[in-house]
Design a protein around this ligand. Sequence first.
Ligand SMILES: C[S@@+](CC[C@H](N)C(=O)[O-])C[C@H]1O[C@@H](n2cnc3c(N)ncnc32)[C@H](O)[C@@H]1O
Length: 365
Amino acid sequence: MSSPTTGPVPYAGPSHADAGGDDQEPLQIDHNASHSDSDIDSAYESDEASRRTGSITSSIYHYEYENGRRYHAYRSGQYVLPNDDAEQERLDLQHHIWRLLLRGSLYTAPLQIPSEDDSPVGGHDADFRVLDLGCGTGIWAIDMADEHPAASVSGVDLSPIQPDWVPTNCAFHVDDYEDGWTYRDNESFDYIHGRALGGTVNDWARFYGQCRAHLKPGGWVEMQEYDAWIFSDDDSCDRAPWTMEWVNKLDEASRTFGKQINVANRHKQWMIDAGFVDVQEVVHRIPIGPWTKDEALKELGRFERVHMQMSVASHTPALFTRVHSYTPMQVQLLIEGVKREFRSKDLRLITIYRFIRGRKPTTDL
Ligand SMILES: C[S@@+](CC[C@H](N)C(=O)[O-])C[C@H]1O[C@@H](n2cnc3c(N)ncnc32)[C@H](O)[C@@H]1O
């Protein structure tokens, strides 16, 4: 895995950042707020060239179809969630949930990103380098680049589903982060970010080893992950048989496939084992539905209920047909059963989201 062939340059547009604001009230996020026509003209450019001039040919766009869903073609079969419009909508909805949890921020690590004024004349050659692994639709990378014009943000994914028009300090690349990373010494990163990567990695020790090797001394790695499991504080799980069958079989299938999905609670130890220091984990519990009294959680719960219904529809078809030999009809029945329980007013189901971060020792060159 290597850097984009066209180097990103800093973006000169406005910032709507509230990054790092841990003590603030939850925000309503308007992702379009700072994207006026003039911004688009001056600060966005087409990133198509960086993807096309990479080592990858146009065959990456020859998607594969199965059970009515569309899947990636590059390294076909490696990743079991679809990449179609419905999945992209789910990822962008979940992006909103992640940001609500962080009260508008994009990360928890104490990053010291230079402001635009600190960047070299002309704003070029930004040296705060950010890598977004498994960037999906690119929404996190684009927001990060927008909000930090003096950073350069690279997004990597198996699927070329990111928009062509992106901030000039943002670039996307089709690549496989399970391969050996080939970034040169002068391409080390200040911050490596991954979100919702459960189920995408076979060997996490190797993954974190590569993160550490390609961070600058003192640089941060951060994973933002959800538990692929459902919880309750009362007997709701006992009264949600479809849901419990779903999470149990999903876990079993993903293990059989070789990339377990329900691993969010293991990242902290993995980071420690890989030699990261100052490792911290922040855990959030989100209700599925607006059944709590707390207003902020009520709002999160409303979004999470919609998100989880989309989530069961995207997580189920490939793994259950390929590993458990379900028929498409059985898959559909299971999906509908779980969605019905997520909508039930009688159940108080809970999901868990985690933010885990660690720093590469400053002595580790
Ligand atoms: C659940 S999505 C999360 C997307 C994004 N991080 C977000 O939070 O919106 C996981 C992403 O990882 C990508 N992915 C899976 N395995 C990968 C690999 N080995 N190399 C690069 N990308 C990968 C998938 O294509 C998918 O877009």
